[in-house]
Write a protein that binds this ligand. Structure first.
Ligand SMILES: [Zn+2]
Length: 375
């Protein structure tokens, strides 16, 4: 039996991790464009709205009046897309917990990037206030709205004694922070998901280590964000695109560059930023291979198609009749919407692929449409 895939087009909606970049350029404008594409093809997407940034803007708007129009437009864009049937769920970047405004749209974020490094009461407070903020905002449109899913900033979700129990306590249905196969050791983030026990289907996690599958049902389900094996030929393309992007950035006027912000070396693992480091990384990728996160903003159409082939293969192997699959995207990194639109059109015409919002997936987990596995 050919399983039915329920694909969730999910976007992490935020500015750069260091707080740089104009929200109008990185968030508002591209979300409107993306929603237009989804509407045109009859698909409903989901955004994981990074709420800490918004809460900080609201807290500081009295002192710095220029922040108020940004916070207002943030709410407008979120409400506009929600009103059109798209879902909004929770994403948190805790580095905003210690944010200093320096004027002219510049921020200094001093908080730790991983929610796991905060004391338990603070983890609970951040999650509860983020959830409450979204529910207060969106229940104005749909009184039945609930914040039911979570993706941790910078994927930091395991291991932790407190994160999953708190999510369960607060009524979250599932977490999608696990990206099986990746490892980061950067100045801000240290995580190792190279030995996750379930890379594809929903599962009940070990409540203290979401990388592991529990032997019994738990209060929260984990659905991994999809990953697939990187292709060696794809490497040349991706590397070339990065070089071109770097060169182009250097040539654009300062204002445009500033409005997109700079991510610096945030996602470069230690020892991989020098020329020798880059060469070593490329060699490793050619020999051992690597894991690609299903992040549409980082892919061309050919890669998206290859990703879907891999999803179909894994779905067929799972033995399940219906499987939710979570994709990633970042409006801040989309330079060209045409590849995404081509892929969205393909999905809209695929008989074995339906699309689902995160809320629909949560309902499906609750009513038995989707099942979560145990060890
Ligand atoms: Zn994020």
């Amino acid at each position: 039996m050919q399983p039915v895939i329920y694909l969730a087009f999910v976007d992490d909606w935020e500015v750069r991790g260091n707080g740089s970049g104009d929200p109008r350029v990185l968030q508002f404008e591209p979300m409107r464009k993306l929603v237009k594409i989804f509407n045109k093809h009859g698909i409903r997407g989901s955004s994981n709205a990074e709420v800490m940034q918004q809460l900080v803007h609201r807290n500081q708007q009295e002192r710095f009046p220029e922040l108020k129009p940004i916070a207002d437009e943030w709410e407008q864009v979120v409400m506009e897309s929600f009103r059109q049937g798209h879902d909004i769920q929770l994403h948190l970047h805790p580095q905003w917990s210690d944010a200093g405004y320096q004027g002219h749209g510049n921020w200094k974020l001093a908080g730790d990037w991983s929610i796991l490094n905060y004391p338990t009461p603070q983890i609970r407070a951040m999650l509860a206030s983020g959830k409450q903020y979204l529910e207060t905002l969106l229940r104005k449109i749909d009184p039945g709205y609930a914040c039911v899913s979570f993706r941790a900033g910078s994927w930091c979700a395991a291991p932790s004694d407190s994160l999953l129990p708190i999510l369960g306590e607060l009524g979250f249905v599932f977490d999608m922070s696990i990206v099986a196969g990746v490892r980061y050791d950067t100045p801000h983030v240290n995580l190792d998901y190279t030995r996750c026990q379930e890379p594809f289907v929903p599962y009940y996690p070990d409540m203290r280590d979401a990388r592991r599958v529990s032997s019994s049902p738990q209060p929260v389900v984990c659905i991994p964000t999809n990953t697939f094996p990187g292709l060696r030929v794809g490497l040349a393309h991706a590397a070339l695109r990065k070089v071109i992007r770097t060169l182009t950035k250097g040539n654009t006027v300062t204002i445009a560059a500033a409005s997109r912000g700079r991510s610096a070396d945030e996602w470069t693992n230690k020892g991989e930023s020098s020329a020798v480091g880059v060469a070593r990384k490329l060699l490793k990728r050619c020999t051992v291979g690597w894991t690609e996160i299903s992040d549409l903003a980082q892919m061309n159409y050919a890669m998206m198609s290859r990703m879907l082939v891999h999803i179909r293969k894994q779905a067929a192997r799972s033995g399940l009749a219906r499987i939710p699959v979570i994709l990633e995207n970042h409006t801040k990194d989309i330079y060209d919407f045409s590849d995404i639109e081509r892929f969205v059109a393909d999905v809209a015409h695929s008989p074995d692929v339906k699309t689902a919002t995160l809320t629909e997936i949560a309902h499906g987990l609750r009513n038995g449409t989707f099942s979560a596995r145990t060890a």
